[in-house]
Design a binder for this molecule. Structure first.
Ligand SMILES: *Cc1c(COP(=O)(O)O)cnc(C)c1O
Length: 299
């Protein structure tokens, strides 16, 4: 599709002082470079949804997310680009009077925001509630939170086309696990996939991932590097991000990719990897979310 050139996603070597002598090779697939807003894995999860929207002539896209959701902004930007309306159902009433930069950006892109309490939001996959919501707007096409549907998983499979077979380990951050599912289903079974979950006790997503896997083996989740929980951070994480940027010239985001690389750093030091490991880390984007910590970042 015209607005995104997926081949802008280059593979960038990391600075060897970062990973040697633990492993011989470590590189990063820069999905963050494909678009400033419709960035990273979000484009891949949206693209086949968008195809249906355009084919069937839907006038609106309705989707779900929290006040910092990269998925919401990406959806708003895609919709605007194609002249389609967008509606965001936002988790929690707090953000209504305390809008985040993410929600301001969604609004600026033309997204209509509907704030609902946490309890109501928890019904986000409940058919009766969805029918009520859909009836409020002009026949919107509904995309679940995080783009976690069949079209999203199929789109995530396309990321595998950018990954050569020479890597032994592929590292990715996992929120809903949709991206990890697409990768596991499309990559050779011999390539091990490591998923880093930024939520506290986040390994529960294993149950949501498993039913969708065609290839069941050779993947693992890590949930110990949540740094206090989803969206939480501390000075150590900020220092890590600034240092990573200084050494590799790659900006990481505060919610997902920074915690993945932080965890990977500890895995390297703990000699988790076999000494033949050739590692590819996927930069899934999300840099718009850094506006809340901009003052603490050197980039
Ligand atoms: C949304 C997001 C993820 C999580 O992707 P899932 O497919 O939901 O697992 C990872 N990284 C970034 C930067 C994201 O914005």
């Amino acid at each position: 599709m015209a607005i995104i050139n997926e081949h802008k996603a280059i593979i960038q070597p990391l600075n060897p002082i970062w990973y040697q002598p633990c492993v011989p090779q470590m590189e990063m697939l820069r999905l963050d470079l494909i678009h400033p807003v419709i960035s990273g894995n979000k484009w891949f999860k949206l693209k086949y949804n968008l195809e249906t929207v355009l084919e069937k002539g839907y006038k609106n896209i309705l989707t779900f997310g929290g006040a910092y959701s990269n998925h919401l902004v990406a959806t708003a930007a895609v919709a605007k680009e194609y002249g389609i309306g967008s509606i965001g159902i936002i988790r929690g009433n707090y953000a209504k009077n305390n809008p985040t930069a993410t929600l301001d950006e969604c609004r600026a892109l033309g997204m209509r925001l509907l704030f609902v309490g946490w309890e109501e939001y928890a019904r986000k996959t409940d058919e009766a509630w969805l029918n009520d919501l859909v009836a409020e707007f002009d026949t919107p096409y509904v995309i679940p939170e995080g783009g976690a549907n069949d079209a999203g998983r199929r789109g995530a499979e396309d990321i595998a086309k950018l990954i050569p077979e020479t890597y032994s380990h592929i590292c990715v951050s996992a929120g809903t696990g949709t991206t990890l599912i697409g990768l596991r289903n499309a990559l050779p079974a011999a390539q091990k996939i490591l998923g880093f979950v930024p939520m506290k006790e986040g390994s529960y997503i294993k149950e949501e991932i498993e039913p969708h896997l065609r290839v069941k083996e050779n993947w693992q989740l890590f949930d110990e590097w949540h740094i206090g929980g989803f969206g939480k951070w501390n000075n150590k994480l900020l220092a890590f991000m600034n240092n990573f940027y200084r050494i590799n010239n790659i900006p990481l985001d505060i919610i997902y990719t920074s915690k993945m690389m932080y965890g990977l750093d500890e895995l390297l030091l703990g000699r988790y990897f076999p000494d033949y490991a050739r590692i590819l880390c996927i930069h899934t984007g999300g840099l718009q979310g850094n506006s809340s910590v901009q003052d603490f970042l050197s980039y």
